[in-house]
Design a protein around this ligand. Structure first.
Ligand code: AQP
Length: 348
């Protein structure tokens, strides 16, 4: 794990991260993000801000009523995973206009050459880049604004977001340099780690597990019941070899590596500890044990999510309260940004 002290002493340690409400969350979102969000919430001295990034979600078409449901469902997943609104600020992005306002300024700081290098845009756009929204292309500038609006110092994300986070650092550094304000924005530190920083598809160990993958069998959803989880793991692609004694033995075996990494993350062990238990065993033994571990870990979360989803008004109340607290942090920082850039507007 990239554990780090605050990037500069000037800025208080503050965590920011988010998840897009683009569908049911996956085990990848859980292990790469939510589980780590909860760990950071419990770290002494850290202020934690967790956002449901709905403005990012609309960079690809979302059916409006499904989007509303998905925002509440991600909020329910946050709460059910252990985020506590008394200890973390939990809200949806569109309720705090500083994100969109600073997003525009970051769009003016980022360089086209930097955006052109973003592999996630290339992967999502595929061969049809011309037909994508401008928002999908500018996504990393809005992501930078999300983080910088709070002067966040630490950002827990899955490995797939590493490149975007590096761009956020570049935007922060360029802003500080262009306006002659060293240390105005801290350079946010990526927190990528754990035994499963990149959970892969159950159907193809070289492809990321993703909530927008057309195949539901490729992923475990946080809303899947125990039978569905067991069936998906049983049918997961593997190879005929037994499990090795050491992690190097997983080289060239992406599916095996993925399942072992998932087991390690779910049971709070290292890959080596899992291999010490299963070395020499085949997947006929390993898969049912993995299914048991997944069900034991996820079923309380799934049950709590459905309990919370039965009361959408309570979720909306938590989000509105979180938005007011987030706005109180972001608003004065945005006022400083406007002053620094030379934009004129009355003081509140
Ligand atoms: N497979 C994964 N393994 C580890 N971490 C993952 N994350 C996503 N997939 C994996 C992490 O989850 C957080 C939220 O991701 P996101 O919703 O903002 O978008 P994404 O990274 O594009 O995730 P998806 O599931 O693939 O969404 P869609 O399909 O909508 O694009 C991030 O911290 C991410 O790293």
């Amino acid at each position: 794990m990239t554990e780090a002290a605050a990037p500069t002493a000037k800025h208080r340690p503050r965590v920011f991260s988010g998840v897009q409400p683009t569908g049911a969350l996956t085990l990848g979102n859980y292990l790469g993000a939510l589980k780590r969000f909860v760990e950071m919430q419990d770290e002494a001295g850290m202020e934690t801000i967790y956002c449901i990034v709905d403005l990012h979600a609309i960079t690809v078409w979302q059916e409006p009523s499904s989007l509303r449901d998905a925002i509440r469902s991600v909020a329910a997943a946050y709460l059910a995973s252990g985020l506590d609104p008394a200890r973390s600020i939990i809200f949806n992005q569109s309720q705090v206009s500083a994100h969109a306002e600073l997003g525009w300024i970051c769009s003016c700081v980022v360089r086209l050459g930097w955006l052109n290098r973003m592999t996630q845009f290339k992967e999502k756009a595929g061969k049809n880049a011309e037909a994508q929204s401008g928002g999908l292309y500018m996504y990393p500038a809005l992501m930078a604004a999300d983080i910088l609006a709070y002067r966040a110092t630490h950002v827990p994300v899955g490995e797939d977001q590493k490149q975007h986070l590096e761009l956020s650092r570049d935007i922060a550094a360029k802003f500080n340099k262009d306006f002659g304000v060293p240390d105005f924005f801290p350079l946010p530190e990526p927190m990528i780690g754990g035994p499963a920083p990149r959970v892969m598809s159950l159907r193809d160990g070289t492809k990321k597990m993703s909530k927008s993958d057309p195949s539901d069998m490729s992923r475990i959803n946080l809303t899947d019941d125990a039978d569905t989880i067991a069936a998906k793991i049983r049918k997961a692609k593997t190879d005929p070899e037994p499990l090795p004694e050491a992690a190097e033995g997983l080289d060239g075996r992406p599916e095996a590596r993925n399942l072992v990494g998932i087991m390690a993350a779910l049971t709070d062990r290292t890959v080596e500890q899992v291999l010490a238990e299963y070395a020499g065993q085949g997947f006929g033994v390993f898969k049912p044990r993995l299914a048991e571990a997944a069900v034991a870990h996820l079923s309380p979360i799934t049950a709590e999510m459905s309990r919370l989803m039965a009361d959408p008004a309570e979720i909306d109340r938590i989000l509105a309260d979180g938005a007011a607290r987030a706005d109180a942090i972001a608003r004065p920082i945005l006022a400083e940004v406007y002053d620094t850039v030379g934009l004129l507007r009355p003081r509140p």
